[in-house]
Design a protein around this ligand. Structure first.
Ligand code: FAD
Ligand code: NAD
Length: 477
């Protein structure tokens, strides 16, 4: 007889494991099926985020940034190192330990909350049956199913992955030597983060980006500042570059691409392809379930992550919206709570985005160009880190914080940041926006001195035209 559960979750990435834990906390009997294999072929929890995404990439970004701080910024602080060398094997070992500590942590949480972990591949069948294949092959009966199978890198015909020279983001986290010359197709989030890691460690990095506009999803002023900083760091970002063909020779790859001024060829010793990710729906359900996909191949869901099938939900990268771990986690919590009879909802207007480069780029809410296009009149206030004491002391004074407030109601509609620690500074902005704050609410809040967060305060004062530490207030009131 099939085991029966209140909830079966397929996928144990951040969306799935969070849904499983929250449902168990609320007293439901939960199983979570996942097929991820760790470096030695063992079953591990955490999905892309913990094993091949957010966490390992941030570990490498941290180490490589420490290296740059010591090498390039140490002398300005009076720190001189006789010899600074990179032990890449130790750097990788540190990353691997961070990953394994965290994935084991999820297993401990499953145990503590009574979630049954079933390693294997799950497939949704009609009538909410889930077929598990692999070592623990079995059939599960579920009152509710939550699909959380995540996403996979897009493979390009003009540069197909070969696992050695032309690689996806997962393999690019495992390089055992610093490439001399690294090519990256796609100057999006992954391209910029991984490009930064290997550039900091000495690689020449060329990014080929198809779009003419750099970081088109970010505020234009932020994107301009970021491009200036990245170019100064030696990231060679070529916009409007369409890759035509890639040829792998013995130890190198030649990439042919169409640029704005004709055809070019680049020789690199490794090529990372980072042109987006696609939802994992292959083999996820049998045809007779008639699960509806949208026109882009994502599982179709409403605002509460309900699919077209009764008692079947889908969350995370598998469904519309930004492919971000925290967005998936909030969806997982929402679905679990709704199954337990609560009226929880996700506020999709306040999803923070962060690019963990140096400077960090972060935003929440609408960009100035999106507000203009929608005909929403807004007031902008910009405050540069160059006028912030803490940023100066850190030697990280490039960038700014920009607040956009509704011209009529004063409600904060967007906050855009580029500069030091912006991944953390976006949190108070998101908090304010999720409470429906006006710009005046931020103006009237006291911020500790000397902190980077004072730049948020000053940006709100700048919206009203009277930032204290700006020489030329635009509108004194
Ligand atoms: P996933 O994490 O992809 O997990 C899905 C799980 O389901 C996997 O374990 C998969 O093996 C399993 N699975 C799939 N099909 C089946 C099946 N049929 N049966 C059983 N199991 C199945 N996001 C951020 O917010 N911040 C970051 O800093 C960040 N950095 C990133 C860096 C990189 C290099 C990459 C690639 C991504 C990064 N992301 C980041 C994105 C983030 O990793 C994803 O948004 C997040 O992992 C999505 O979570 P998920 O649970 O929907 O899916
Ligand atoms: P992305 O959408 O951020 O960037 C892909 C880039 O590739 C885009 O700029 C696109 O214009 C370009 N592109 C597409 N096709 C191309 C082609 N044929 N030639 C040249 N350029 C081309 O996608 P990504 O960087 O692959 O990341 C995938 C997902 O993972 C993203 O949705 C992102 O949200 C998530 N992620 C998030 C973080 C973070 O939160 N810090 C970090 C890494 C990844």
């Amino acid at each position: 007889m099939a085991d029966r559960y209140d909830v079966v979750v397929i996928g144990a990435g951040p969306a799935g494991y969070t849904a499983a834990i929250r449902a168990a906390q609320l007293g439901l009997k939960v199983a979570c099926v996942d097929d991820w294999r760790g470096p030695s072929g063992e079953s591990v929890l955490g999905g892309t985020c913990l094993n091949a995404g957010c966490i390992p990439s941030k570990a490498l970004l941290e180490t490589s940034e420490l290296f740059v701080q010591a090498r390039d910024h140490g002398p300005a602080h009076g720190l001189r190192f006789k010899e600074l060398t990179l032990d890449l094997a130790a750097m990788q070992a540190h990353k691997n330990k961070v990953v394994s500590d965290l994935t084991r942590g999820i297993a401990t949480l499953f145990k503590a909350h009574g979630v049954t972990w079933i390693p294997g591949r799950g497939k949704l069948l009609p009538k909410n049956l889930v077929e598990v294949s692999g070592k623990s092959a079995q059939q599960l009966e579920a009152e509710h199913v939550i699909l959380a199978s995540g996403s996979t890198p897009v493979n390009l015909k003009s540069a197909p992955f070969d696992g050695q020279r032309i690689v996806d983001s997962q393999a690019a986290l495992e390089f055992q030597e610093v490439p001399r010359r690294l090519g990256i197709i796609g100057a999006g989030v992954i391209g910029l983060e991984l490009g930064s890691v290997w550039r900091r460690l000495g690689a020449e990095v060329v990014l080929l980006e198809a779009q003419e506009t750099f970081l088109s999803m970010a505020d234009e002023q932020v994107a301009r500042e970021a491009l200036k900083q990245f170019t100064a760091q030696g990231l060679d970002i070529r916009l409007g570059a369409r890759v035509l063909e890639s040829k792998v020779e013995k130890n190198a790859v030649t990439v042919r691409y169409q640029g704005k001024d004709g055809e070019h060829a680049e020789n690199v010793d490794r090529l990372i392809v980072a042109v987006g990710r696609r939802p994992n729906t292959d083999g996820l359900m049998s045809d007779d379930t008639r699960l509806l996909l949208d026109e882009w191949g994502f599982v179709h869901v409403d605002e509460h992550c309900r699919t077209n099938l009764p008692k079947v939900y889908a969350v995370g990268d598998l469904v519309r919206g930004p492919m971000l771990a925290h967005k998936g986690m909030e969806e997982g919590v929402m679905v679990a709570e709704r199954l337990a009879g609560r009226e929880t909802a996700v506020n999709y207007d306040v999803v923070p985005s962060v690019i963990y480069t140096q400077p960090e780029i972060a935003w929440v809410g609408k960009t100035e160009q999106a507000l203009k296009a929608a005909g929403t009149a807004c007031r902008a206030g910009v405050f540069p880190f160059a006028a912030n004491g803490r940023a100066k002391a850190m030697g990280e004074a490039a960038g700014f914080i920009k607040i956009l407030a509704d011209a009529g109601t004063d409600r904060v509609l967007g906050v855009h940041l580029v500069g030091p620690n912006c991944s953390e500074l976006v949190a108070p902005a998101a908090l304010a926006m999720s409470f429906g704050a006006s710009n005046e609410d931020i103006m009237l809040t006291m911020f500790a001195h000397p902190t980077l967060s004072e730049a948020l305060h000053e940006a709100s004062l700048a919206v009203a035209g009277h930032a204290i530490h700006l020489a030329q207030p635009r509108r004194a009131k």
